[in-house]
Design a protein around this ligand. Structure first.
Ligand SMILES: [Cu+2]
Length: 176
C-alpha cells in the first residue's frame, strides 16, 4: 500500500487451490503482503523493459573474454618436451689418456665406451667396495682397445685401473 502507488493489486482472499494473476506493466520494486497474515511480506521487482539490450550486452562481452583463455590448450606443448626429454640412450666415449680415468655423469640407459688412447695397458674396473650392482670389468685394454658397459641403474660408482690402482674415478648415473 505504502510502496509505489502505481500498479496496485489485491488478490482478495485465497482459498486452497485458488489463484490470482496480475500483469506488471511498470518497472519498480513493489512490496506486498497477505492481509490475513500481515507478517507475510515480500517484494516483486519488475525490471525495466526499455533497456534490455544494454544490460544483457555487457554480459556476453564479458563471456567472450574468458573464452579466449580457453583456447590455451597449448597443453600439447608438454608433448614436445616429452619427446625432447626422451633422449635415446647415448654412448659416451671416454678416452683413457695419460694414466687418467674420467669422472663421468651419465643417465640411466647410457653406455660408456672406455677407449685406451694411452701407450700403456689399462682397465676400467668397478671398485669392489661401492654399490655392488652394475659391476663391470673391462679386463686389460691395450692401446686403441675399448670396452663398453651400459648402466641400467642410477647411482654413483667408483672405478679404477687394476694395473694402476692410483687411477681412480667415478661414474655418476642419473635416474631418467
Ligand atoms: Cu692403468
Amino acid at each position: 500500500m505504502s510502496p509505489t502507488a502505481s500498479g496496485e493489486w489485491d488478490s482478495g482472499i485465497f482459498n486452497r487451490g485458488q489463484s490470482f494473476s496480475f500483469t506488471f506493466d511498470e518497472a519498480g520494486t513493489f512490496a506486498y503482503l497477505c492481509t490475513v497474515h500481515p507478517f507475510m511480506i515480500a517484494t516483486v521487482t519488475v525490471a525495466e523493459q526499455g533497456s534490455p539490450a544494454d544490460t544483457p550486452t555487457p554480459m556476453p562481452t564479458a563471456t567472450p573474454a574468458p573464452a579466449a583463455p580457453i583456447p590455451v590448450p597449448p597443453t600439447p606443448a608438454p608433448i614436445a618436451p616429452t619427446a625432447t626429454s626422451a633422449p635415446v640412450a647415448q654412448t659416451i666415449v671416454s678416452p683413457i689418456v695419460d694414466f687418467t680415468l674420467e669422472n663421468l655423469n651419465i643417465s640411466v640407459g647410457d653406455t660408456v665406451r672406455w677407449q685406451n688412447a694411452d701407450g700403456a695397458p689399462h682397465t676400467a674396473t668397478v671398485d669392489e667396495s661401492p654399490v655392488a650392482s652394475g659391476e663391470w670389468e673391462s679386463g686389460i685394454l691395450n692401446t686403441n682397445q675399448s670396452f663398453e658397459f651400459t648402466f641400467d641403474k642410477p647411482g654413483k660408482f667408483a672405478y679404477f685401473c687394476t694395473v694402476h690402482p692410483f687411477m681412480t674415478a667415478t661414474v655418476t648415473v642419473q635416474a631418467q
